[in-house]
Design a protein around this ligand. Structure first.
Ligand code: ARG
Length: 347
């Protein structure tokens, strides 16, 4: 089973990189005997890098995949010390933020057969008052942590013990969300962090699972504006923002809700840009995705995708993705959500 998956991955990688067949055969033999002896095998750093990039290319829900082969891969498989894990997370935040010119980055730690560090946060950076973290926050409180600051601390398990860690807040950069035309909107003092760093997914490459592999791109404006700020089960700011814009919020047919969506997306996009942070708007993201689709076709590869995620939550029918279907087959390498823990693991 592991060998079959390893073989499929190595063959794909070597084919795409035009590696000579003798080299492929030799590598497969080496993997076979390593599995025979140890029950598993070790990726070369080239395999790790290419595998992570393929996982991004195969991420059906991601509209940003044009840049899959530029992903910066940081190999941290050697880390074993608790302190070094935490430092590597901070290093990821700092180097990926890159003072605003965000670098899509993944930091990969030891595979599932070796790792003794489990991270429970779904992103490295989260606000402590974001309703999306309420479950994690409860677990954190079980460890005896109660004085929450602005950001959610990390919750991790090392050698069987649950612990928390406050990330260095001077590494976490934020953007003030402002709109040139609405002074009362600015008085809401909305902010969002610059870099979304997913930390709750498994990376699977050629039969090997990497359970700790924080990765980031840059934001598309609508993730923050349409979803994080407006979803009822998130910050639920539709009404206060509508009022700050002096809209007629007494009837839906004034289209006040839609006006909020448009102006808030505008505010998020331009605030990021003005303050020097990478971000993409949904039109450019969609154009880049079309280019990705064309590149893949030119390389005789099938693009897989999840239509429900590829369409932006603002004006979806105004971008090409809306008007076509996507095959939602999951190819490996890929990223997978971890299974939710049934009961509270901390007593
Ligand atoms: N939607 C998530 C958020 O708002 C981030 C998901 C990843 N997004 C990205 N542009 N890479 O935090």
């Amino acid at each position: 089973m592991m060998y079959e998956k390893a073989k499929a991955f190595i063959i794909q990688m070597h084919r795409e990189l035009n590696i000579a067949p003798q080299t492929t055969d030799a590598r497969l033999l080496a993997i076979q005997s390593e599995i025979d002896v140890t029950g598993t095998y070790t990726h070369t750093s080239e395999e790790l890098t290419y595998g992570a990039r393929l996982a991004w290319r195969n991420s059906n829900r991601c509209i940003g995949r044009l840049f899959w082969d530029k992903l910066k891969v940081v190999d941290m498989r050697h880390v074993t010390d608790e302190r070094d894990y935490l430092q590597a997370f901070e290093q990821h935040i700092q180097s990926a933020t890159n003072d605003g010119k965000i670098i899509p980055t993944i930091t990969i730690f030891a595979d599932a057969s070796k790792i003794q560090f489990e991270l429970l946060n779904d992103q490295l950076i989260r606000y402590a008052d974001d309703p999306i973290v309420s479950d994690t926050k409860q677990l954190i409180e079980h460890t005896g942590y109660h004085q929450f600051g602005r950001f959610l601390p990390l919750l991790y398990r090392f050698n069987g013990v649950y612990k928390t860690y406050d990330l260095r807040s001077d590494f976490i950069q934020e953007v003030n969300i402002q709109h040139p035309d609405y002074p009362k909107f600015n008085a809401l003092h909305l902010k969002w962090y610059a870099v979304p760093i997913i930390s709750g997914m498994d990376l699977k490459i050629g039969g090997i699972t990497y359970p700790l592999c924080p990765f980031n791109g840059w934001y598309m404006e609508s993730e923050i504006a349409s979803r994080n700020f407006l979803d009822e089960y998130r910050y639920n700011l539709l009404l206060p923002i509508g009022e700050s814009m002096d809209l007629d919020t007494t009837r839906t047919t004034s289209y006040w809700r839609d006006k909020v969506v448009v102006e808030l997306n505008y505010a998020v996009y331009h605030s990021f840009k003005q303050q020097g942070y990478s971000i993409v708007d949904h039109y450019n993201a969609s154009k880049q995705f079309l280019k990705f689709e064309n590149n893949e076709a030119a390389n005789h590869r099938q693009v897989t995708g999840d239509w429900t995620w590829l369409i932006p939550p603002i004006s979806p029918s105004l971008v090409h993705n809306w008007h076509k279907g996507y095959d939602n087959t999951y190819n490996e390498p890929n990223f997978y959500y971890k299974k939710k823990k049934a009961a509270c693991p901390i007593h």
